[in-house]
Write a protein that binds this ligand. Sequence first.
Ligand SMILES: [Zn+2]
Length: 231
Amino acid sequence: MKAITLLSSGLDSVAALAIAAESLEIEMALTFDYGQRACRREIEYSRKVCEHFGIEHRVIKLDWLAEITHTSLVNREEEVPALSLEDIDEAAPTAITEASAKAVWVPNRNGVMLNIAGSFAESRGCDYLVVGFNEEEAGTFPDNSLDYVEAMDHAFSYSTQNGVRVLAPLIKLGKTEIVKKALEVKAPLEYSWSCYHGEETPCRKCESCVRRARAFKNAGVKDPLLERSGI
Ligand SMILES: [Zn+2]
């Protein structure tokens, strides 16, 4: 069975790729450039991850999505919210995490990316699209939920001739479990970039950095990216 993986180089997509690579032939990885602040880092790190797995890497530019996106992930005039560990509640979204999710929302991002990847999958005879969707993010991002995966499978049964399916190996996991699982399958986490910003080192303040830090803390291990960066 062959798969195409959506790779942002974040903790989740790198873990999902490493898990999928254990049982599937990974045809290629797609990284999307929609003008996000971390784009340069995401492409650089995704390339390193692909080298690690020996798979083809392709960057898809979505200039039009950058143009129509006004949220802080793309628009430099908007602030990316800074959070603390106490602001994050894995079990239930809070007003703060909901506001943070809203501030970084990109219109129909996962829908666009999955549909583009679906075309690649059909044309290359691939059965699956691998994604890092997970239970923790589904709390504030409905396009990370199991319902959404099932809805996309249903849509692909009409829009692709080979019935491409979405494979989301982390769909029932929180970030702590994802870290544990990623280490188990030897995912190259030293080259995973989760930060919403694209500086030399992670900001350690944005929601994505805080969730990652919390996961490593709860898993009782040091973040290989921070160790490699000498932080
Ligand atoms: Zn950050």
